[in-house]
Design a protein around this ligand. Sequence first.
Ligand code: IPD
Ligand code: CA
Ligand code: CA
Length: 260
Amino acid sequence: MLDGALDVAIKAAKEAGEIQRERFDSALEIKKKGIVDLVTDVDIACEERIREILGAAFPDLPVLGEEEGELGGTSTEARWIVDPIDGTTNFAHSIPIFCSVIALEEAGEITAGVIYETMGDRLYTATKGGGAFMNGEPISVTSTGALVDSLLATGFPYDNRTNPRDIFGAFAATHKSCRGLRRLGSAAIDLAYVARGIFDGFWEIGLMPWDMAAGALLVAEAGGVVTRIDGGPFDHMRGDIVATNGAIHEELLKVLSGYL
Ligand code: IPD
Ligand code: CA
Ligand code: CA
């Protein structure tokens, strides 16, 4: 991993968190990117601040951010992947479940991930081969062995009205197979909660790289298993993810395979 990258990503994610805390539950400028896909002035301000910090420390590295696309540096070896606020709908409705997310991609692989859960002041960090941490303490996935004893999380893509895949069939079938199923509204927090042993598993389709790159590394480094919905190798550029404690992975894939 690039020297100093993790510290810079932590600084950027926390500064974005400060902006979010200051503006939480206040009047926002809200625009629609799609029928239900929102962007607030705070998403834009956070992405700008993150870009400033990353760009000042690593001018060669492009930054792929949700709101502005890929800009900056000319390196083809490495880039940052940024979600300035994951959980924008929550943020816009004063629900305190959202975070800032920064991942470092080197030679196509995620080598570092940072998720800052703003209102809980919880910082999740992972580096490839270096373990997963919450506020500096090592974290690990649960040891739950059966789907029926599992607490799961999922999310719905913004195109769920028109998406041809049977998202709600999968939701219903899985709900009937597990202890409980949550929809927090932030894929990155869902993944952080799998990594720290709160959820036993999480799946979603139609995600973007900035939603899941950092969280997938966090789960893997916390001892979990991360694949695509079809069980193939996870790829942060390909939209689908199933992330679990490992022990329930096959059982969950089997239920999902009937629908997705
Ligand atoms: C969204 C959240 C949500 C997930 C959506 C994402 P955003 O990201 O992660 O949990 O279900 O698919 O797009 O728009 O809040 O950055
Ligand atoms: Ca997101
Ligand atoms: Ca976002």
